[in-house]
Design a protein around this ligand. Sequence first.
Ligand SMILES: [Zn+2]
Ligand SMILES: [Zn+2]
Length: 424
Amino acid sequence: MNQSPAELASFVADLHIHSPYAFACSKALTLDNLATWARRKGIDLLATGDFTHPTWAVELRANLVSGQDGLYQYGGVRFVPGTEISCVYRQGGRVRRIHMLTLMPTLDAAEYLTRRLSQYGNLSTDGRPTVSLSARDLLALALDCHPEAIVMPAHAWTPWYGVYGSKSGFDSLEECFGDLSHLITAVETGLSSDPAMNRAVPELENRSIVSFSDAHSLGRLGRELTAFSGELSWDGLAAGLRDAGVAFTVEFYPEEGKYHYSGHRNCGVVYGPAEEAANGTDCPVCGRALTLGVLHRVSRLAQRPLDDDWQPDSYGLIDSGDGHPPFARLIPLQEVIAAIRNVGVNTRKVMREYDTVIDHVGSELAALLYASESALLPVAGETLTEAIMRARTGEVSVEPGYDGVYGTVKPTTGESSAGQLSLL
Ligand SMILES: [Zn+2]
Ligand SMILES: [Zn+2]
């Protein structure tokens, strides 16, 4: 029997989140609420998000308490100064828009980086600031501010802002980071891709593949997560991101992400690999080029075919068997409940049932991944328990997302297909 995910994980982190001061983000993302929801989700360590924003920076200073472990604490949750920065610049005759995650070991270091960044853009309008600085130069600047700074590409494959994105990205980390590319030791996959897809790209073979939520609201915290095997400390985190200290990652089904397939949202055109092969990548409705999805980009940069016959073990972990960390594909608990009760995700009925389960099992991660079927049954009841187990073992029906439209993934209902994947 393999080790269970609860045994593998020393701590669970969500390092890509936002504050109330980033565009299109909920005003409810206060420190109090973040701490409460992190505990409910099963997250031990959160990035602060948005540390370059002047108002949020003051709140972080006033409330976070630094600890012996080199991390900060608030409301029973550890925090690390972290932010997402949008680098917009020209390189190779094209405009590049690359989102980068930056973690700093201390609030002082974060403040110093903020001061240095302020000459490259306005940091007070958006918690996720846009700077006229290349991704490579951001990495260099962060390291100049503190030698232990950690910088990595955010949601690496999304068309508009990913380092590998089809619209304004690059074909390799080498092309983007040049002489500093060896300092990029970790890459955030984003919702529309998972480690199995990423490992097919040679330059990602020996880098840490991590997943975080990019939450713009509380309910979405931890929808993707990374569990680490080292100690819960700044050093443990840094080592984990540097040398393969990832225990496992929790992923969306990549089809559920907004950019898995290619397509045109306004033309109602969705192309998977088969349609692309048959019809090309121009839109049959408007004639313009389709927004190329993540699957298309990964397939282009991969050096081997993407196989998708990954079978989760009885714990829901998918292990490729090549020494890389396993991962789990999960469906958020609210979506599982909404699917089986046939109601909207953001309804009172769903929240009531969600709260009941979390109160008894401890956290959403425990419900989705850690708790055994027999432990869930008395709390969640037969239908929900079965749906959770099906989501864990890949018995799901899938409609892939494309061009900014989320896909849908639901546990199958009815006769169990006995572990059979019903992915498209
Ligand atoms: Zn982003
Ligand atoms: Zn079109």
